[in-house]
Design a protein around this ligand. Structure first.
Ligand SMILES: Cc1ncc(COP(=O)(O)O)c(C=O)c1O
Length: 448
C-alpha cells in the first residue's frame, strides 16, 4: 500500500520535474547525439527525474539551472564543492596561477608550503599528489603491495573508494564473495585480489589478517557511501592493533570524512594511519588529491624504488602535481577549509539533523538520521546500521527517488542515489530551516 503511494507520488513529482525543466530536457536530448548516454559521465543519467538538470552557474551554497531555477545545494558535487561553489578565498590564487601557467612537469616553490600544511594538519610526514581520490587510493595500494610483497587488500562490504578495481566486491550473507553488481569488465575476479569483511566485525578482521597475506586495509574511518555508519567504540584501536601486529599497512581514506573537521576524522580521533588519502574538496573544485605516508613507509618506499623506474612504476599521471592543483590546494587549506569554517558548518549540520528528527517523530516514520561533522543523512530503518549489509537491506530506490525529486522540485538539491546533505561554510540557518520545511511537506504527503 505504502509502496503504491510512493510510486504515485514519484510519478507526480516526475511530471512536475519534466514540466518545469524544458530546457534541461532539450539539452539532454540534443547531447545524446554526441555524448554516450547524453551526459559527460555515465552516472549523470541516474538522477531521479530521468534526466539531469543542466547547470548555468553556482556561487557559495546555491546554483541556478538553464531553466532559471535557483537551488540550495546540499549535494555540493558529492563533496567536491564542500568549500561552497567558487569560494572567494581561493579564486584569486587559482586565477593567478592560470594566468602564469598551470602545468610544467616541474615543481613550483608553492608546493613546499603545501607539504608543510599537510604535515601539520594530518600528522603524516611525507606527501605526494594525484588528480583524483581514486588515483590516490590506487597509488597507495600499489605502494603497499610493493613494499610488503603481499598481493591482497582488505576492504569493507559496501565500501566505495572510487573506481578502484579491487574494491568492487560484495560479501553475501551466506559467506559468498562476488564482484559488486554492475562492475564493468573486471580485470580479474576481485576475490583474487581482495578480502572483504563487514565494518565493525573485529572477529572477521582478525581472521582476515592472520595469514599475513594482506598488504593493506583500505578503510574509510566512518563509512559514508552506504549511509553514514560510525565505528563501534574502540573499533579503530583494534583495527590499528591488528594491522600493526600482522604487518598490514593501514590506509585511511578521508575523501568524505574530511567533513569531520579540518584534520579529518584522523586528527579528530588521533588515528595513526600508515597512509592517508584525500581528494574531492581539497582544491575548491579543481581536480586534485593527496596521499601521505609515515616515516617508516617512506623509508621502505625509498629503499625499494629506483629513480630509473619512476616513470613506469604504475604510479603516474602527467598532470598530477600540476601547479594549478597545488595552488588551489594551498589556497583551499589555508583560507577555506579552516577551523572557523567547521565552526559554522558543524552546528548547521546539527540543526539539519534536529529538523529531520523532529519530522520523523512527528509523522512516526521508522527512519533514522546520522551525522558526521558537516554531513548528515537519513536512512529508511529505525536504528543506525552497524555495517554495510544492514544499511543496504534498508535501501528503497523508489522512496529514495521520491524524497530526492520532491526535494529538488522544491528548490533543494540533495546528494543523489541516497539522501545525504552536506553543509558549506556559506550555508545559513535560513537554508537549513527551509530544508526542514520542505522535508516536513514531502513526508506529510507520504503519510497523508
Ligand atoms: C571515500 C571515497 N574515496 C574515494 C572516492 C573517489 O573519489 P573520485 O571519484 O573523486 O576519484 C570517493 C568517491 O565518492 C569516496 O567516496
Amino acid at each position: 500500500m505504502e509502496k503504491e503511494k510512493v510510486i504515485q507520488l514519484l510519478d507526480c513529482e516526475r511530471r512536475n520535474f519534466i514540466e518545469r525543466h524544458p530546457r534541461s530536457r532539450a539539452l539532454f536530448e540534443k547531447a545524446g547525439k554526441s555524448l554516450l548516454g547524453g551526459v559527460p559521465m555515465n552516472w549523470m543519467v541516474k538522477w531521479a527525474g530521468g534526466f539531469p538538470v543542466f547547470v548555468e552557474a553556482a556561487k557559495r551554497s546555491y546554483f541556478t539551472d538553464v531553466d532559471g531555477h535557483r537551488y540550495l545545494d546540499l549535494c555540493l558535487g558529492d563533496t567536491g564543492a564542500m568549500t561552497g561553489h567558487a569560494p572567494d578565498q581561493s579564486i584569486g590564487a587559482i586565477v593567478d596561477r592560470v594566468c602564469r601557467g598551470t602545468t610544467f612537469m616541474l615543481p613550483t616553490e608553492e608546493v613546499l608550503l603545501l607539504g608543510t600544511e599537510l604535515q601539520r594538519r594530518f600528522g603524516l610526514p611525507y606527501w605526494q599528489f594525484a588528480l583524483t581520490a581514486t588515483d590516490a587510493n590506487r597509488f597507495s595500494i600499489r605502494l603497499a603491495r610493493h613494499i610488503t610483497g603481499r598481493s591482497k587488500i582488505l576492504v569493507y562490504n559496501w565500501c566505495y573508494h572510487g573506481t578502484v578495481d579491487e574494491s568492487f566486491i560484495t560479501l553475501h550473507q551466506d559467506g559468498r564473495v562476488t564482484p559488486r553488481q554492475g562492475n564493468l569488465g573486471p580485470p580479474v575476479d576481485p576475490a583474487v585480489t581482495t578480502k572483504v569483511i563487514e565494518f565493525n566485525d573485529t572477529e572477521a578482521l582478525e581472521k582476515a589478517l592472520q595469514d599475513e597475506d594482506v598488504a593493506c586495509v583500505l578503510a574509510e574511518p566512518v563509512m559514508t557511501n552506504i549511509g553514514i555508519i560510525h565505528p563501534d567504540p574502540g573499533y579503530h584501536l583494534i583495527l590499528r592493533e591488528l594491522t600493526r601486529k600482522t604487518g598490514t599497512i593501514l590506509i585511511i581514506d578521508e575523501t568524505h570524512t574530511i567533513c569531520a573537521g579540518p584534520g579529518g576524522y584522523t586528527a579528530l580521533h588521533g588515528l595513526e594511519p600508515d597512509m592517508f588519502t584525500l581528494g574531492k574538496p581539497i582544491a575548491s573544485g579543481i581536480p586534485a588529491a593527496v596521499y601521505g605516508c609515515s616515516e617508516d613507509i617512506a623509508r621502505r618506499i625509498t629503499e625499494l624504488t629506483t629513480v630509473e623506474d619512476s616513470d613506469t612504476g604504475g604510479i603516474g599521471g602527467t598532470l598530477a602535481g600540476n601547479a594549478l592543483s597545488i595552488a588551489a590546494m594551498r589556497a583551499t587549506l589555508e583560507n577555506v577549509l579552516t577551523t572557523e569554517a567547521y565552526e559554522i558548518t558543524i552546528p548547521l549540520a546539527e540543526r539539519f539533523v534536529a529538523g529531520v528528527e523532529e519530522v520523523i517523530k512527528e509523522f512516526g516514520r521508522p527512519w533514522n538520521v546520522t551525522q558526521l561533522g558537516c554531513r548528515a543523512e537519513y536512512w529508511f530503518r529505525p536504528e543506525p546500521a552497524r555495517n554495510g549489509s544492514e544499511a543496504a537491506e534498508a535501501v528503497d530506490p523508489e522512496l529514495d527517488s521520491y524524497m530526492h525529486l520532491a526535494t529538488l522540485n522544491r528548490g533543494i538539491l540533495m546528494t543523489p542515489f541516497h539522501n545525504m546533505a552536506l553543509i558549506s561554510p556559506q550555508t545559513t540557518v535560513e537554508d537549513i530551516n527551509r530544508h526542514t520545511e520542505v522535508f516536513r511537506e514531502i513526508v506529510k504527503n507520504l503519510v497523508g
